[in-house]
Design a protein around this ligand. Structure first.
Ligand SMILES: Nc1ncnc2c1ncn2[C@@H]1O[C@H](COP(=O)(O)OP(=O)(O)OP(=O)(O)O)[C@@H](O)[C@H]1O
Ligand SMILES: [Mg+2]
Length: 240
């Protein structure tokens, strides 16, 4: 469903953010993308979101290729890839409901269906009681849930989340992880970037990708067959 083949991303003057990265995320999979700060996690998510193009190699998302995609199809794909930004990027001074309704308004959702759908999405993420609250009056964990509801608005194939628990305490983190597992249990693939290896350890059935300085150094699915490597994730997860 999401396939990276020899993907390299080079930023002018800054050098390589990704180097020859290949992996295949299948339909309905739950995966973590880990690695140190600057290892290329956000860059990988941005390429899958087709917000940016690789310098070399190919990104395929549900049949569309980064090499051949037209401007029109680009928007189609981007709509079906839910993206939760680390800094939420909610509209301040608007309510939770308005934030979710906004993305439905810019797509082809019939006017009458917008409010009920936004309400349903917010209930799904456990925010029914806060539907009318201004987002700037919500806690970090609650704002994160609004961002997740918004990312789910266009029935995406996959949910990409960039450090979604980075600013949350233990309890809120657990809540967000439960929500992701529920979403995943309904068949949606989830790819979550995190540097938190303890969190990954608590989800032993999830797939794990690890980046180091732009290279993919570990994939839990192929770890047994590959030459043993000692990477932080592999060591912490006890699979080497
Ligand atoms: N728009 C950009 N222009 C130039 N360089 C960039 C850009 N975005 C990222 N980079 C560089 O690419 C590398 C990878 O960055 P990226 O944001 O993907 O890392 P990350 O793993 O998400 O890090 P973090 O854990 O800190 O969020 C870094 O060296 C960064 O400086
Ligand atoms: Mg990042």
């Amino acid at each position: 469903m999401i396939k990276l083949t020899h993907v390299t991303k080079e930023y002018p003057k800054r050098g390589f953010a990704l180097r020859d990265v290949s992996f295949h995320l299948k339909k309905g999979e739950f995966a973590f993308l880990t690695g140190h700060s600057g290892s290329g996690k956000s860059t990988t998510l941005r390429l899958i979101h087709m917000a940016d193009k690789p310098t070399d190699g190919e990104v395929r998302v549900t049949g569309y290729s980064s090499e051949r995609i037209t401007e029109r199809d680009l928007w189609k794909v981007r709509r079906r890839v839910g993206y939760v930004f680390q800094d939420f990027r909610l509209l301040p001074g608007r309510t939770a409901l308005e934030n979710v309704a906004f993305v439905l308004e810019v797509t082809d959702t019939p006017q009458k269906a917008i409010r009920p759908k936004a309400q349903r999405l917010l209930s799904q993420v456990g925010l029914a009681p806060k539907i009318g609250a201004y987002v700037n009056e919500l806690s970090g964990g609650e704002q994160q849930r609004v961002a997740i509801a918004r990312a789910l608005a266009n029935d995406p194939y996959v949910l990409l989340a960039d450090e979604p628990t980075g600013n949350l305490d233990e309890r809120a983190t657990r809540g967000i992880m439960e929500l992701f597992r529920d979403i995943n249990a309904k068949g949606m693939a989830v790819l979550m970037a995190t540097h938190d290896l303890e969190l990954i350890k608590r989800h032993p059935t999830a797939r794990v990708f690890e980046l180091d300085n732009g290279s993919l150094v570990y994939d839990s699915e192929t770890a047994e067959t590959d030459a043993p490597r000692s990477t932080p994730a592999a060591e912490r997860l006890g699979s080497d």
